[in-house]
Design a binder for this molecule. Structure first.
Ligand SMILES: [Zn+2]
Length: 299
C-alpha cells in the first residue's frame, strides 16, 4: 500500500514537474504570474517550432531516449526539462517520507503513514517545494522572484503554523527541524508568536543588507521571500536557513569568480540559494545541529 502510494506520488511529481517547465518558460516578468497562458498551444520545439508528438513529451524518459536533442532539428534541449521533472518527482516522494520519519503522527497520537495529519502536513510541504522549484528557475532565468510565489508561500506558512498548533504545538518534534536543539533559543510560548517573529527576523535581516549595500547585494524579492520563509520555518529554523543560504551562496559565487564566469560586480540571483538553504534545513536540520554540537561533545 505504502509503496503504491509513493509510486503514484512520483508519477504525479513528474507530471507537475513538466507543468512547472511550461509555467517557468512561459513566465514573462512584465505580465506577471496570473496573466500567463498556461494551457492551450501545443508543445513544440523552442528552436525549430516543430510540434511534438506525445512520445516526445514524456517526463525525463523522452529526454533520455532523444539523447537531449530535438528529433527534428537535432539541436539540444535545455537540461532544465529533465532536472525540474526529476526534482519535482523527488520532492513528491521525499517530503512525505521526511514528515513520516519525523514521527509527526506519533506525537499527535495518530499512528500510521497515511493518517490525516501526515497527508495534510505533507500536502502543504509538497506545495512549498513546488513553489520553491518554480521560484528557483524563474529567479535563475529572470533575476526576479514573483510576488505571487512569495505571497503563496507566506499563506502556506500560516497554514503550517495553524496545523502545528492544532496537532500538538511544540510537542511535534519541538516544533522545529532542529529537534530539541531549538529549545535553547527560546520563543516557545506560542507557535503564532514564534512564526511571526521568524518572519520579522527574515525581513529585518534582508532590510539591513539592502540598506547597507544600497540595494546592490540583494533585492526586495529576496526580502519578501525571507519573510515568507520565516512564516514557514519559524524560529530558530529561519536563522539556520539564512546562514546556510549565505554559506552556499558565497561558495558558489567564489567558484564562479575563480572560473572566470562572473566578476565581483555581477549580480547572482539569491533566490535559488534561499531555496537550497530551506530544503537543507527541512531534510537535514537536525543532523546538522547534532554534528555541530557533537563536535563540542554536547548531545
Ligand atoms: Zn527542434
Amino acid at each position: 500500500m505504502t509503496f503504491l502510494f509513493y509510486t503514484i506520488l512520483a508519477v504525479f511529481g513528474l507530471i507537475i514537474g513538466s507543468f512547472l517547465n511550461v509555467a517557468t518558460l512561459r513566465y514573462d516578468p512584465d505580465r506577471g504570474f496570473l496573466n500567463m497562458r498556461l494551457f492551450g498551444g501545443r508543445s513544440h520545439c523552442l528552436r525549430c517550432r516543430t510540434q511534438l508528438a506525445w512520445y516526445e513529451l514524456i517526463p525525463v524518459l523522452s529526454y533520455v531516449f532523444l539523447l537531449g536533442r530535438c528529433r527534428h532539428c537535432k539541436r539540444s534541449i535545455s537540461l532544465q526539462y529533465p532536472i525540474v521533472e526529476l526534482f519535482t518527482a523527488v520532492a513528491f516522494v521525499a517530503v512525505p517520507m521526511r514528515i513520516e520519519s519525523m514521527a509527526y503522527m506519533f506525537f499527535s497520537g495518530v499512528a500510521g503513514a497515511l493518517s490525516a495529519v501526515h497527508l495534510a502536513v505533507s500536502a502543504l510541504w509538497i506545495a512549498v517545494f513546488v513553489l520553491f522549484i518554480a521560484l528557483a528557475v524563474i529567479d535563475f532565468r529572470h533575476m526576479i522572484i514573483p510576488d505571487f510565489i512569495s505571497i503563496a508561500l507566506a499563506a502556506i506558512g500560516v497554514a503550517l503554523a495553524g496545523v502545528t498548533q492544532w496537532f500538538g504545538g511544540f510537542s511535534l518534534l519541538h516544533g522545529s527541524f532542529m529537534g530539541h536543539y531549538a529549545m535553547i533559543l527560546g520563543f516557545r510560548e506560542s507557535i503564532w508568536v514564534n512564526h511571526f517573529f521568524a518572519a520579522f527576523v527574515g525581513l529585518v535581516f534582508f532590510g539591513l543588507i539592502i540598506g547597507l549595500s544600497r540595494g546592490r547585494a540583494m533585492g526586495w524579492g529576496d526580502l519578501k521571500l525571507a519573510g515568507a520563509l520565516g512564516l514557514i520555518f519559524g524560529w530558530p529554523d529561519i536563522v539556520l536557513v539564512l546562514m546556510l543560504s549565505f554559506i552556499i551562496g558565497s561558495i558558489v559565487s567564489v567558484g564562479l569568480m575563480v572560473r572566470g564566469r562572473k566578476t565581483m560586480g555581477d549580480a547572482v540571483p539569491f533566490g535559488p540559494f534561499l531555496v537550497i538553504g530551506a530544503a537543507t534545513v527541512f531534510f537535514f536540520g537536525f543532523r546538522i545541529m547534532s554534528l555541530y554540537f557533537g563536535s563540542f561533545g554536547v548531545v
